[in-house]
Design a protein around this ligand. Structure first.
Ligand SMILES: [Zn+2]
Length: 188
């Protein structure tokens, strides 16, 4: 489950290197931007007549950047076994989804404002994959949070069998352990 969570966050991040969005002008494709180019901004060459190309700056899209950071944060949190981290990484995955959707609607409305319908923007599989993996990562983390919430760990004192259970991750430890073997939490 932890690996699945790590993988979905990592795949969501990898999707940022795939094409996210294509801008076309009267049906002709002008440019395709990857998620990374949306995050950092980029420079594009636009044909300006007489065979010349002028360079135009594409500004970084702050909402795409926030989505990217949410996924990075979720990935980092998935490395931890603690339940609180599962909750936060679920939120990070959910935020990544929201930021992706918000940046999609912002880009769409910005462009239609600028060019009065001449320019169309469409979204590529990379964008939808990033969205799907963010959603998946959020659901897996939420699942971890709720399924492990039901498993009530026993108190750290001896339960008569020479074991004690970690309050952070619920794993079974020898009574002699000073730290949890799974997550490293110090037993008080
Ligand atoms: Zn533990």
């Amino acid at each position: 489950m932890r690996l699945a969570r790590l993988a979905t966050f990592a795949l969501g991040i990898i999707c940022f290197f795939l094409p996210f969005t294509t801008v076309s002008c009267s049906g002709v494709r002008v440019l395709t931007l990857s998620g990374r180019q949306l995050v950092t901004g980029t420079e594009i060459e636009v044909p300006a007549g007489f065979g010349q190309a002028k360079t135009e700056r594409v500004d970084p899209e702050p909402l795409a950047l926030l989505a990217f950071f949410s996924l990075m944060g979720g990935l980092g949190l998935s490395l931890s076994r603690a339940r609180t981290a599962a909750g936060t990484s679920a939120a990070a995955g959910g935020l990544a989804c929201l930021f992706l959707l918000a940046s999609k609607s912002r880009l769409t409305s910005e462009l239609s404002k600028q060019a009065g319908g001449l320019i169309q923007i469409s979204f590529e599989p990379g964008f939808y994959l990033a969205l799907i993996f963010s959603l998946l990562a959020a659901s897996l983390s939420a699942y971890v949070l709720f399924s492990e919430g039901k498993r009530t760990p026993l108190p750290l004192s001896s339960n008569g069998q020479g074991y004690k259970f970690c309050t952070q991750c619920g794993s079974r430890n020898s009574i002699a352990n000073l730290f949890c073997e799974e997550c490293g939490t110090q037993f008080g």
